[in-house]
Design a protein around this ligand. Sequence first.
Ligand code: GDP
Length: 601
Amino acid sequence: PDSHADDDADAGGLRTPIVAVLGHVDHGKTSLLDKIRGSAVTAGESGAITQHIGSTAVPLDVISSMAGDLVDPTDFDLPGLLFIDTPGHHSFSTLRSRGGALADIAILVVDVNDGFQPQTMEAIDILKRTQTPFIVAANKIDTVPGWNPNEGEPVRVSKEKQSDRVQGDLDEKLYEIIGQLSDNGFSADMYWRVQDFQNNIGVVPVSAETGEGVPDLLTVMMGLSQRYLKEEMSIDVGGPGVGTVLEVTDARGFGTTVDAVVYDGTISEDDEIVVGGLDGPIVTEVRALLKPQPLAEIRTEKQFERVESVAAADGVKIAAPDLDDAMAGAPVRVVRDRDVDEVILEVEEELAGFEVSTAEEGVVIKADTLGSLEALSGTLEEHEIPVMRAEVGDVAPRDVRVAETAGEPINRAVLAFGVDTLDDAERLADQEDVEIFADDVIYQLIEHYEDHVEAIETAQQDQILDNITRPARFQILQDHTFRQSDPAVVGVEILAGRIKRNSNVALFDGDEPERVGHLKSIQDEGEDVDEAGRGDRVAVSIDGPTVGRQIEEGDELWTELPEKHAKILEQELKEDITGDEREALSQYLEKQRNRDPFWGK
Ligand code: GDP
């Protein structure tokens, strides 16, 4: 049990600050969390560290025994730190409490060798936007060539033991990171030189591999929280619990449950609660509150222990009826002595705080939390991609059914962010010609969809081109009349563009265009062909004219362009036809416009 929860049960209390770990991929977020958990287990011996649902609590006494001289426990009255287990800025930015970030404080992990990378920048932007205090863990110091590890030691102690050269190399890398922070508008320094953590970012050199610097990291986090977050950590411990759903899962024997982080008050068995759901607030009653068995292996989900109540901040699995439609990212609120309608209204307001706009016609989007749905919808809006339906959860057959109703082929699509696609949804999509795009990175998801749209549009354009008459100019050769009429058969040379079978032939008498007949067939050296291009000399048969009357040897002929086709060609397809066709087109337009300046406009 968490001793801190019961200390001042009925008075105001201080809750555990919630910590999130952010940073670029492979910079060591997961390793650092594992190391903190691992070291805390060792330091706590009797298992004082508790694995919570979706989070890990490290109590103050464990931190102080790990940190040794660095921490005097009497300096602190915050109960410890609660780490959210899923690292990354996705979970950070999509998990919220009352419109703010769920995490109170963050660790930005930066690989000392790599420095700032794209996701480091993204994380910085998010931290700025949410005004979340953070410190930088400059990770992988053990990889500095020549480094002699000192397992789990405070970093300054270990650093002192390194050769001058190794220390110099490390300093150089650290100053690089400090410089990059300053380029981004943060005044930063080595944590031991920072006096005012509110206005300066402390950089803590660490190794998630050897645990060096981990005591420092925990100490700085504690200090920072104690100093600057204490007021926000003051809660009414006995008050009705408030939390955020991390995940909606099935738990054997309990049906659909929600994993939540409670960040205010207390939640108890039999409490009436209101949970944000797909179709609005769900009012239900807590059947059981579950926590992992104390000695259970990390991440074995099956063995739960029932607890009567939990107080903020804490992670807990809530079993209750009617949770099937609960949404990750949505609020959970205990009703207790209040009017249930009032609580429903609060939950509705919080749900309304997520802005996802939908249109009559558009794509279907799915995401893992409400916050990520909002992020995806926002980015789609920037890309001017309309959304018809937006929901939290895996891609299910009914999503495909909705997408299938879209009129435009480009809208017959489901964009899934950070969720799975159920097998039957996949099958249905195949059948119904609906495309499902799934990715864990928003911009990649959108990129794939945009590629798909482009492919559809190109295909549509090709189809238009196939049905549109293409421009061509050709000339009847001297002494190449093979047949006078019915049909006339003459030798021609193509001067520009391509001629095709089954097109109308025109010539200009002065400025007046005249249709002279219908081009029935083309022969190239005795073989029937469908078309011929610039420079080709071929025999053509033309129904209608008689050589010597309507047409003469030496005449310049044109493929007759319907005015509408000429307009589409000039205004929309100019880039899609060949240079040679463009030439024929502009000559044709010029002739027509000599007579009528507005022809084809
Ligand atoms: P994440 O993507 O940020 O969660 O990064 P991981 O924790 O998965 O780490 C990426 C890789 O870096 C793994 O191979 C880790 O073993 C390695 N790694 C992480 N931290 C350290 C460290 O402090 N020192 C060394 N040598 N390797 C590390």
